[in-house]
Design a protein around this ligand. Structure first.
Ligand code: PEP
Ligand code: MN
Length: 448
Protein backbone atom coordinates (compact mmCIF):
# COMPACT_ATOMS: atom_id res chain seq x y z
CA UNK A 1 0.00 0.00 0.00
CA UNK A 2 1.48 3.39 -0.91
CA UNK A 3 1.64 5.77 2.03
CA UNK A 4 -1.12 8.36 1.70
CA UNK A 5 0.24 11.76 0.71
CA UNK A 6 -0.32 14.22 3.52
CA UNK A 7 -2.13 17.42 2.70
CA UNK A 8 0.15 20.22 1.65
CA UNK A 9 0.08 23.90 2.57
CA UNK A 10 2.72 26.58 1.99
CA UNK A 11 3.69 26.06 5.64
CA UNK A 12 3.44 22.25 5.95
CA UNK A 13 7.26 22.12 5.64
CA UNK A 14 7.31 23.40 9.24
CA UNK A 15 6.35 19.89 10.42
CA UNK A 16 9.55 18.50 8.87
CA UNK A 17 13.24 18.73 9.65
CA UNK A 18 14.60 21.85 7.93
CA UNK A 19 18.36 21.79 7.34
CA UNK A 20 20.58 24.78 6.65
CA UNK A 21 18.31 27.32 8.37
CA UNK A 22 19.68 30.20 10.47
CA UNK A 23 18.64 30.70 14.06
CA UNK A 24 17.13 34.14 14.47
CA UNK A 25 17.44 35.68 17.93
CA UNK A 26 14.28 37.73 17.66
CA UNK A 27 11.33 35.59 16.53
CA UNK A 28 8.86 38.52 16.75
CA UNK A 29 10.96 40.61 14.41
CA UNK A 30 11.15 37.70 11.95
CA UNK A 31 7.37 37.26 12.03
CA UNK A 32 6.88 41.02 11.42
CA UNK A 33 9.13 40.90 8.38
CA UNK A 34 7.42 37.78 6.99
CA UNK A 35 4.01 39.37 7.53
CA UNK A 36 5.17 42.41 5.59
CA UNK A 37 6.60 40.29 2.75
CA UNK A 38 3.27 38.50 2.40
CA UNK A 39 1.56 41.83 1.65
CA UNK A 40 4.03 42.86 -1.07
CA UNK A 41 3.36 42.18 -4.76
CA UNK A 42 4.90 39.09 -6.35
CA UNK A 43 8.12 39.49 -8.35
CA UNK A 44 6.87 37.43 -11.30
CA UNK A 45 3.59 35.98 -12.55
CA UNK A 46 2.15 32.48 -12.81
CA UNK A 47 1.80 32.91 -16.61
CA UNK A 48 5.55 33.32 -16.89
CA UNK A 49 6.05 30.29 -14.68
CA UNK A 50 3.79 28.19 -16.91
CA UNK A 51 5.58 29.48 -20.04
CA UNK A 52 8.89 28.39 -18.59
CA UNK A 53 7.45 24.98 -17.72
CA UNK A 54 6.37 24.56 -21.36
CA UNK A 55 9.85 25.59 -22.55
CA UNK A 56 11.51 23.09 -20.21
CA UNK A 57 9.20 20.38 -21.54
CA UNK A 58 10.41 21.26 -25.05
CA UNK A 59 14.02 21.09 -23.86
CA UNK A 60 13.36 17.58 -22.52
CA UNK A 61 12.20 16.65 -26.04
CA UNK A 62 15.33 18.09 -27.63
CA UNK A 63 13.59 21.13 -29.11
CA UNK A 64 15.27 23.67 -26.82
CA UNK A 65 18.53 23.99 -24.92
CA UNK A 66 18.66 25.52 -21.45
CA UNK A 67 21.35 27.95 -20.37
CA UNK A 68 21.14 28.44 -16.62
CA UNK A 69 23.83 30.68 -15.20
CA UNK A 70 24.90 33.43 -12.87
CA UNK A 71 26.62 33.98 -9.57
CA UNK A 72 27.10 31.30 -6.96
CA UNK A 73 25.82 33.86 -4.48
CA UNK A 74 24.42 37.22 -5.50
CA UNK A 75 25.42 40.01 -3.17
CA UNK A 76 23.44 43.11 -2.21
CA UNK A 77 26.48 45.26 -3.07
CA UNK A 78 26.51 43.87 -6.62
CA UNK A 79 22.98 45.07 -7.30
CA UNK A 80 24.44 47.76 -9.60
CA UNK A 81 23.92 48.73 -13.23
CA UNK A 82 27.41 47.56 -14.22
CA UNK A 83 27.23 44.12 -12.68
CA UNK A 84 23.68 43.39 -13.84
CA UNK A 85 24.37 44.67 -17.35
CA UNK A 86 27.58 42.69 -17.84
CA UNK A 87 25.94 39.53 -16.54
CA UNK A 88 23.08 39.98 -18.97
CA UNK A 89 25.51 40.59 -21.80
CA UNK A 90 27.50 37.41 -21.19
CA UNK A 91 24.30 35.38 -20.82
CA UNK A 92 22.97 36.77 -24.10
CA UNK A 93 26.20 36.26 -26.00
CA UNK A 94 26.52 32.70 -24.69
CA UNK A 95 22.94 31.97 -25.65
CA UNK A 96 23.49 33.41 -29.13
CA UNK A 97 26.51 31.13 -29.66
CA UNK A 98 24.48 28.16 -28.43
CA UNK A 99 21.40 29.02 -30.50
CA UNK A 100 23.23 29.24 -33.79
CA UNK A 101 25.78 26.58 -32.93
CA UNK A 102 23.29 23.96 -31.75
CA UNK A 103 20.53 25.07 -34.08
CA UNK A 104 18.03 25.25 -31.22
CA UNK A 105 16.31 28.01 -29.37
CA UNK A 106 17.92 28.61 -26.03
CA UNK A 107 15.94 29.05 -22.83
CA UNK A 108 17.77 31.59 -20.66
CA UNK A 109 17.52 31.13 -16.92
CA UNK A 110 19.54 33.41 -14.65
CA UNK A 111 20.83 32.46 -11.25
CA UNK A 112 19.75 35.95 -10.26
CA UNK A 113 17.06 38.15 -8.72
CA UNK A 114 16.97 36.02 -5.57
CA UNK A 115 20.11 33.83 -5.38
CA UNK A 116 20.95 35.17 -1.94
CA UNK A 117 20.90 32.13 0.40
CA UNK A 118 23.79 29.66 0.60
CA UNK A 119 24.06 26.19 2.14
CA UNK A 120 27.28 25.67 4.08
CA UNK A 121 29.16 22.50 4.97
CA UNK A 122 29.82 23.84 8.47
CA UNK A 123 27.68 26.00 10.78
CA UNK A 124 30.74 27.83 12.01
CA UNK A 125 34.01 29.19 10.69
CA UNK A 126 37.24 29.64 12.66
CA UNK A 127 39.90 32.24 11.89
CA UNK A 128 42.93 32.90 14.10
CA UNK A 129 41.34 31.10 17.01
CA UNK A 130 37.98 32.91 16.78
CA UNK A 131 34.88 30.92 15.87
CA UNK A 132 31.82 32.65 14.39
CA UNK A 133 28.69 31.50 12.54
CA UNK A 134 29.33 30.82 8.84
CA UNK A 135 28.30 33.31 6.18
CA UNK A 136 25.00 31.98 4.74
CA UNK A 137 24.35 34.49 1.98
CA UNK A 138 23.30 38.13 2.03
CA UNK A 139 19.66 37.29 2.77
CA UNK A 140 20.85 35.96 6.16
CA UNK A 141 24.09 37.63 7.28
CA UNK A 142 27.20 39.48 6.11
CA UNK A 143 30.52 37.93 5.03
CA UNK A 144 32.69 40.26 7.23
CA UNK A 145 34.30 38.22 9.99
CA UNK A 146 32.76 39.95 13.03
CA UNK A 147 30.16 38.80 15.49
CA UNK A 148 27.71 41.52 14.49
CA UNK A 149 28.12 40.89 10.75
CA UNK A 150 27.49 37.18 11.14
CA UNK A 151 24.33 37.59 13.23
CA UNK A 152 21.29 36.45 11.18
CA UNK A 153 19.23 39.61 10.62
CA UNK A 154 15.53 39.26 9.67
CA UNK A 155 15.55 42.73 8.00
CA UNK A 156 17.76 41.19 5.31
CA UNK A 157 14.77 39.25 3.95
CA UNK A 158 13.16 42.55 2.97
CA UNK A 159 16.36 43.79 1.39
CA UNK A 160 16.65 40.55 -0.60
CA UNK A 161 13.10 40.97 -1.88
CA UNK A 162 13.79 44.59 -2.82
CA UNK A 163 17.13 43.89 -4.53
CA UNK A 164 15.55 40.99 -6.44
CA UNK A 165 12.85 43.36 -7.66
CA UNK A 166 15.40 46.03 -8.66
CA UNK A 167 17.49 43.46 -10.52
CA UNK A 168 14.50 42.08 -12.35
CA UNK A 169 13.35 45.57 -13.25
CA UNK A 170 16.63 46.43 -14.95
CA UNK A 171 16.81 43.05 -16.70
CA UNK A 172 13.29 43.46 -18.07
CA UNK A 173 13.94 47.05 -19.21
CA UNK A 174 17.23 46.21 -20.90
CA UNK A 175 15.70 43.31 -22.75
CA UNK A 176 12.66 45.34 -23.85
CA UNK A 177 14.87 48.24 -24.89
CA UNK A 178 16.86 46.40 -27.54
CA UNK A 179 19.96 45.57 -25.51
CA UNK A 180 19.64 42.09 -26.97
CA UNK A 181 20.94 43.23 -30.36
CA UNK A 182 24.47 42.03 -29.82
CA UNK A 183 25.62 41.84 -33.37
CA UNK A 184 27.60 45.02 -33.12
CA UNK A 185 31.21 43.86 -33.00
CA UNK A 186 32.07 46.49 -30.41
CA UNK A 187 29.99 44.55 -27.88
CA UNK A 188 32.02 41.39 -28.34
CA UNK A 189 35.42 41.06 -26.67
CA UNK A 190 36.91 38.12 -28.53
CA UNK A 191 40.57 38.96 -27.91
CA UNK A 192 41.04 35.78 -25.93
CA UNK A 193 40.60 33.79 -29.11
CA UNK A 194 44.07 34.64 -30.36
CA UNK A 195 45.46 32.80 -27.32
CA UNK A 196 43.48 29.66 -28.01
CA UNK A 197 44.81 26.67 -29.93
CA UNK A 198 41.25 26.40 -31.25
CA UNK A 199 41.22 29.96 -32.63
CA UNK A 200 40.52 28.88 -36.21
CA UNK A 201 37.57 26.72 -35.23
CA UNK A 202 36.14 29.46 -33.03
CA UNK A 203 36.49 32.01 -35.81
CA UNK A 204 34.66 29.64 -38.13
CA UNK A 205 31.80 29.38 -35.60
CA UNK A 206 31.61 33.19 -35.27
CA UNK A 207 31.56 33.54 -39.05
CA UNK A 208 28.79 31.00 -39.43
CA UNK A 209 26.78 32.81 -36.76
CA UNK A 210 27.29 36.10 -38.62
CA UNK A 211 26.25 34.47 -41.89
CA UNK A 212 23.14 32.97 -40.32
CA UNK A 213 22.14 36.31 -38.87
CA UNK A 214 22.55 38.17 -42.15
CA UNK A 215 20.67 35.42 -43.98
CA UNK A 216 17.81 35.71 -41.50
CA UNK A 217 17.81 39.50 -41.91
CA UNK A 218 17.41 39.10 -45.66
CA UNK A 219 14.74 36.42 -45.44
CA UNK A 220 12.75 38.16 -42.73
CA UNK A 221 13.30 41.60 -44.24
CA UNK A 222 14.00 42.96 -40.79
CA UNK A 223 16.34 42.47 -37.88
CA UNK A 224 16.42 38.76 -37.20
CA UNK A 225 16.49 39.04 -33.44
CA UNK A 226 13.13 40.77 -33.36
CA UNK A 227 11.68 37.42 -34.47
CA UNK A 228 12.67 35.79 -31.25
CA UNK A 229 11.77 38.05 -28.37
CA UNK A 230 14.41 37.55 -25.76
CA UNK A 231 13.09 36.31 -22.45
CA UNK A 232 14.93 35.79 -19.21
CA UNK A 233 13.67 33.58 -16.44
CA UNK A 234 14.96 33.67 -12.88
CA UNK A 235 16.06 30.86 -10.62
CA UNK A 236 17.56 30.36 -7.20
CA UNK A 237 18.09 27.66 -4.61
CA UNK A 238 14.94 27.52 -2.50
CA UNK A 239 16.87 27.30 0.73
CA UNK A 240 15.53 29.82 3.23
CA UNK A 241 12.06 28.37 3.61
CA UNK A 242 10.32 31.17 5.57
CA UNK A 243 11.16 33.54 2.69
CA UNK A 244 9.96 31.09 0.03
CA UNK A 245 6.75 30.52 1.97
CA UNK A 246 6.08 34.27 2.19
CA UNK A 247 6.35 34.56 -1.60
CA UNK A 248 4.07 31.59 -2.24
CA UNK A 249 0.71 32.75 -3.54
CA UNK A 250 -2.48 31.33 -4.96
CA UNK A 251 -3.70 33.09 -8.08
CA UNK A 252 -7.23 33.33 -9.43
CA UNK A 253 -6.54 32.28 -13.03
CA UNK A 254 -4.26 29.29 -12.44
CA UNK A 255 -4.91 26.48 -10.03
CA UNK A 256 -2.59 25.78 -7.19
CA UNK A 257 0.07 27.63 -5.26
CA UNK A 258 2.99 29.25 -7.02
CA UNK A 259 6.28 30.50 -5.72
CA UNK A 260 6.14 33.96 -7.27
CA UNK A 261 9.58 34.99 -5.99
CA UNK A 262 11.30 33.04 -8.77
CA UNK A 263 10.30 31.13 -11.88
CA UNK A 264 12.50 28.12 -11.25
CA UNK A 265 13.44 27.20 -7.67
CA UNK A 266 15.79 24.29 -7.13
CA UNK A 267 16.60 21.89 -4.30
CA UNK A 268 20.30 21.89 -3.44
CA UNK A 269 22.43 18.85 -2.81
CA UNK A 270 22.42 19.31 0.95
CA UNK A 271 18.64 19.63 1.42
CA UNK A 272 17.23 16.79 -0.67
CA UNK A 273 16.08 14.49 2.17
CA UNK A 274 12.86 12.72 1.14
CA UNK A 275 11.13 13.49 4.43
CA UNK A 276 12.86 16.85 4.86
CA UNK A 277 11.29 20.30 4.87
CA UNK A 278 12.68 21.44 1.50
CA UNK A 279 11.26 18.50 -0.43
CA UNK A 280 7.96 18.94 1.44
CA UNK A 281 7.72 22.63 0.48
CA UNK A 282 8.69 22.06 -3.15
CA UNK A 283 6.34 19.17 -3.85
CA UNK A 284 3.31 21.42 -3.36
CA UNK A 285 4.13 24.41 -5.54
CA UNK A 286 3.21 24.47 -9.23
CA UNK A 287 6.55 25.87 -10.49
CA UNK A 288 8.95 23.80 -12.52
CA UNK A 289 11.49 22.41 -10.06
CA UNK A 290 15.22 21.74 -10.23
CA UNK A 291 16.86 18.99 -8.22
CA UNK A 292 20.63 18.86 -7.85
CA UNK A 293 21.97 15.33 -8.19
CA UNK A 294 25.45 14.66 -6.79
CA UNK A 295 27.81 11.70 -6.38
CA UNK A 296 26.12 10.52 -3.17
CA UNK A 297 22.70 10.06 -4.83
CA UNK A 298 21.46 6.47 -4.97
CA UNK A 299 19.12 5.06 -7.60
CA UNK A 300 16.45 4.27 -5.01
CA UNK A 301 16.51 7.74 -3.52
CA UNK A 302 16.44 9.45 -6.90
CA UNK A 303 13.49 7.37 -8.10
CA UNK A 304 11.58 8.13 -4.88
CA UNK A 305 12.32 11.85 -5.22
CA UNK A 306 11.23 11.88 -8.86
CA UNK A 307 7.93 10.17 -7.96
CA UNK A 308 7.34 12.43 -4.97
CA UNK A 309 8.12 15.69 -6.77
CA UNK A 310 6.43 14.83 -10.06
CA UNK A 311 3.54 12.49 -9.22
CA UNK A 312 1.58 13.48 -12.36
CA UNK A 313 4.48 12.85 -14.77
CA UNK A 314 4.00 16.41 -15.92
CA UNK A 315 6.18 17.58 -18.84
CA UNK A 316 8.54 20.37 -17.76
CA UNK A 317 7.90 19.83 -14.06
CA UNK A 318 11.22 18.32 -13.02
CA UNK A 319 14.78 19.09 -14.09
CA UNK A 320 17.62 16.95 -12.79
CA UNK A 321 20.78 19.03 -12.55
CA UNK A 322 23.71 16.63 -12.32
CA UNK A 323 26.97 17.69 -10.66
CA UNK A 324 29.34 14.77 -10.17
CA UNK A 325 32.78 16.06 -11.14
CA UNK A 326 34.84 15.11 -14.20
CA UNK A 327 36.27 12.07 -12.40
CA UNK A 328 32.95 10.63 -11.31
CA UNK A 329 30.35 11.38 -13.97
CA UNK A 330 31.35 8.36 -16.08
CA UNK A 331 30.59 5.98 -13.24
CA UNK A 332 27.69 7.80 -11.56
CA UNK A 333 25.48 9.13 -14.34
CA UNK A 334 24.62 5.98 -16.37
CA UNK A 335 22.96 3.96 -13.54
CA UNK A 336 20.90 6.97 -12.42
CA UNK A 337 19.91 7.65 -16.01
CA UNK A 338 18.70 4.07 -16.46
CA UNK A 339 16.77 4.13 -13.18
CA UNK A 340 14.92 7.35 -14.10
CA UNK A 341 14.32 6.23 -17.70
CA UNK A 342 12.63 3.10 -16.33
CA UNK A 343 10.12 5.21 -14.38
CA UNK A 344 8.81 6.91 -17.53
CA UNK A 345 8.91 10.36 -15.90
CA UNK A 346 9.60 13.00 -18.58
CA UNK A 347 12.47 14.73 -16.74
CA UNK A 348 14.89 17.21 -18.27
CA UNK A 349 18.59 16.54 -17.67
CA UNK A 350 21.02 19.39 -17.44
CA UNK A 351 24.68 19.32 -16.49
CA UNK A 352 26.20 21.52 -13.80
CA UNK A 353 29.91 20.97 -14.42
CA UNK A 354 30.89 23.44 -11.67
CA UNK A 355 30.02 21.97 -8.27
CA UNK A 356 31.67 18.56 -8.61
CA UNK A 357 34.93 20.18 -9.71
CA UNK A 358 35.66 22.52 -6.82
CA UNK A 359 39.11 22.23 -5.26
CA UNK A 360 41.36 24.15 -2.89
CA UNK A 361 44.80 25.39 -3.85
CA UNK A 362 47.72 24.88 -1.49
CA UNK A 363 47.17 28.47 -0.43
CA UNK A 364 43.60 27.57 0.61
CA UNK A 365 41.77 29.34 -2.25
CA UNK A 366 38.66 27.66 -3.68
CA UNK A 367 38.97 27.23 -7.43
CA UNK A 368 37.92 25.12 -10.41
CA UNK A 369 39.88 24.11 -13.49
CA UNK A 370 38.52 25.02 -16.92
CA UNK A 371 39.67 21.63 -18.23
CA UNK A 372 37.69 19.73 -15.58
CA UNK A 373 34.55 21.81 -16.15
CA UNK A 374 34.75 21.19 -19.88
CA UNK A 375 35.68 17.56 -19.27
CA UNK A 376 32.53 16.88 -17.25
CA UNK A 377 30.38 18.66 -19.80
CA UNK A 378 31.80 16.75 -22.74
CA UNK A 379 31.29 13.45 -20.94
CA UNK A 380 27.69 14.44 -20.17
CA UNK A 381 27.01 14.93 -23.90
CA UNK A 382 28.59 11.57 -24.71
CA UNK A 383 26.85 9.61 -21.96
CA UNK A 384 23.39 10.94 -22.75
CA UNK A 385 23.92 10.17 -26.42
CA UNK A 386 25.16 6.65 -25.72
CA UNK A 387 22.22 5.96 -23.40
CA UNK A 388 19.58 7.18 -25.82
CA UNK A 389 18.91 10.22 -23.64
CA UNK A 390 19.27 13.94 -24.20
CA UNK A 391 21.41 16.53 -22.48
CA UNK A 392 18.99 19.42 -22.49
CA UNK A 393 21.05 22.18 -20.96
CA UNK A 394 23.97 23.50 -18.96
CA UNK A 395 24.27 25.19 -15.58
CA UNK A 396 27.23 27.54 -15.03
CA UNK A 397 28.49 29.79 -12.29
CA UNK A 398 29.62 32.76 -14.33
CA UNK A 399 30.03 36.49 -14.29
CA UNK A 400 30.41 39.11 -17.01
CA UNK A 401 33.31 40.63 -15.11
CA UNK A 402 36.98 40.06 -15.60
CA UNK A 403 37.55 38.09 -12.40
CA UNK A 404 40.24 35.47 -11.83
CA UNK A 405 38.52 32.70 -9.91
CA UNK A 406 38.78 29.62 -12.16
CA UNK A 407 42.14 28.30 -13.44
CA UNK A 408 42.84 27.70 -17.16
CA UNK A 409 41.12 28.66 -20.39
CA UNK A 410 42.76 30.25 -23.42
CA UNK A 411 44.50 32.93 -21.33
CA UNK A 412 46.04 30.18 -19.25
CA UNK A 413 45.11 31.61 -15.84
CA UNK A 414 47.35 30.09 -13.17
CA UNK A 415 47.07 29.60 -9.45
CA UNK A 416 49.14 32.74 -8.94
CA UNK A 417 46.56 34.79 -10.87
CA UNK A 418 43.72 33.91 -8.49
CA UNK A 419 44.62 36.59 -5.97
CA UNK A 420 44.51 39.33 -8.60
CA UNK A 421 40.74 39.59 -9.01
CA UNK A 422 39.01 37.03 -6.84
CA UNK A 423 35.68 38.55 -5.82
CA UNK A 424 33.28 35.69 -5.12
CA UNK A 425 32.33 35.23 -1.47
CA UNK A 426 31.45 31.60 -2.07
CA UNK A 427 32.24 29.58 -5.24
CA UNK A 428 34.61 30.48 -8.12
CA UNK A 429 32.94 31.60 -11.36
CA UNK A 430 33.92 31.49 -15.01
CA UNK A 431 34.82 35.01 -16.16
CA UNK A 432 33.63 36.69 -19.37
CA UNK A 433 36.22 35.13 -21.65
CA UNK A 434 36.12 31.71 -20.02
CA UNK A 435 32.34 31.63 -20.41
CA UNK A 436 32.47 32.50 -24.13
CA UNK A 437 35.18 29.94 -24.63
CA UNK A 438 33.04 27.35 -22.83
CA UNK A 439 30.13 28.19 -25.16
CA UNK A 440 32.32 27.70 -28.24
CA UNK A 441 33.59 24.42 -26.82
CA UNK A 442 30.04 23.20 -26.23
CA UNK A 443 29.13 23.99 -29.82
CA UNK A 444 32.27 22.31 -31.09
CA UNK A 445 31.47 19.21 -29.02
CA UNK A 446 27.83 19.07 -30.01
CA UNK A 447 28.72 19.37 -33.70
CA UNK A 448 31.41 16.68 -33.70
C1 PEP B 1 25.11 25.94 -5.80
O1 PEP B 1 24.45 25.73 -6.83
O2 PEP B 1 25.68 27.02 -5.56
C2 PEP B 1 25.27 24.82 -4.84
C3 PEP B 1 25.53 25.02 -3.56
O3 PEP B 1 25.12 23.63 -5.44
P1 PEP B 1 24.97 22.16 -4.84
O4 PEP B 1 23.73 22.15 -4.00
O5 PEP B 1 24.85 21.33 -6.08
O6 PEP B 1 26.23 21.84 -4.06
MN1 MN C 1 27.91 27.45 -5.91
Amino acid sequence: MPTPVQSWTPSSWREHDARQQPTYENEDELQDVLGHLRTLPPLITSWEVENLKAELARAANGERFVLQGGDCAESFADCTADVITSRLKIMLQTSLILTYGLNKRVVRVGRFAGQYAKPRSSDTETQDGTTLPSYRGDIINDPAFTKEARRPDPQRLKRAYMKSGLTLNLVRSLVEGGFADLRHPEYWDLDFMQHSPLADEYHAIVESIEDTLSFLDVVAGRRADSMDRVTFYTSHEALLLPYEEALTRTVPHNQGAYNLGTHFPWIGKRTNQLDGAHVEYMRGIANPLGLKVGPDMTREKLVSLVRHLDPEKEPGRLTLITRFGADEIGERLPPLLHAVQATGHPVLWICDPMHGNTEKTNGGIKTRRFANILGELEQAFDIHKAEDSMLGGVHFELTGENVTECIGGARGLQEADLERAYKSHVDPRLNYEQTLEMAFSVVRKARN
